[in-house]
Design a protein around this ligand. Sequence first.
Ligand SMILES: Nc1ncnc2c1ncn2[C@@H]1O[C@H](COP(=O)(O)OP(=O)(O)OP(=O)(O)O)[C@@H](O)[C@H]1O
Ligand SMILES: Cc1cn([C@H]2C[C@H](O)[C@@H](COP(=O)(O)O)O2)c(=O)[nH]c1=O
Length: 209
Amino acid sequence: MTNGIFITFEGPDGAGKTTILSMISEKFNHAVITREPGGIDIAEQIRKVILAKENTAMDPRTEALLYAAARRQHLMERVKPALEAGKMVLCDRFVDSSLAYQGFARGLGIDEVWTINQFAIEQMMPDLTIYFDIEPEAGLLRISKNKGREINRLDLENLNFHQKVREGYHILLERFPERIVKIDASGTLEEVYKKTLQIIETKLAEKSL
Ligand SMILES: Nc1ncnc2c1ncn2[C@@H]1O[C@H](COP(=O)(O)OP(=O)(O)OP(=O)(O)O)[C@@H](O)[C@H]1O
Ligand SMILES: Cc1cn([C@H]2C[C@H](O)[C@@H](COP(=O)(O)O)O2)c(=O)[nH]c1=O
């Protein structure tokens, strides 16, 4: 599709994606570093609506559609132009989050959520997805220790929901083995960083970039 490379970071809450992404960005300082939902103004506005703690009345399908809407705008405004310019794009979450959280954990169905997302992403899928695997208890504990991080509506879901999110990701690993690579995110930051770097460098070598 393009000369660039699109890499997404996925995993349950508190797995360490954002921290590792920030470490990796120092190594690839030419890369576009972004996130979902958000990354550009309109999508950040949608993010506020989705994640606001007071929006407890949000219907699961509304939630899925809002994530897909934010995704579309971000893809068109930020990701696609960067890829077309031959850049590397490193994105904190993408469509797999919708499949795991809305499709599996919320119970909307992975295939149903995939279908609505086709409208948003057309054929634009990552070249590589790194999945940071962690027990939900450990991820939530990390979040609770991080006093600077604001707790959002999704963080407040019960443990059963977060366990289902992880289960959802494990289904995706089986469904997309050629694209998704799993990392054990329970290790030290240094261990997880090294493994992440190795996976990215292997992919770059494959693509001769
Ligand atoms: N390997 C690690 N070992 C110990 N602590 C870690 C590790 N990785 C991240 N942390 C800490 O855990 C907390 C959550 O990390 P981070 O925000 O990167 O997770 P995340 O996957 O982006 O979470 P979310 O998706 O919920 O935003 C932070 O305080 C971070 O410093
Ligand atoms: C893209 C996307 C995200 N989510 C969830 C996952 C997290 O709980 C929040 C985003 O917060 P983060 O601190 O930026 O990780 O939203 C989701 O449920 N569905 C999605 O498509």
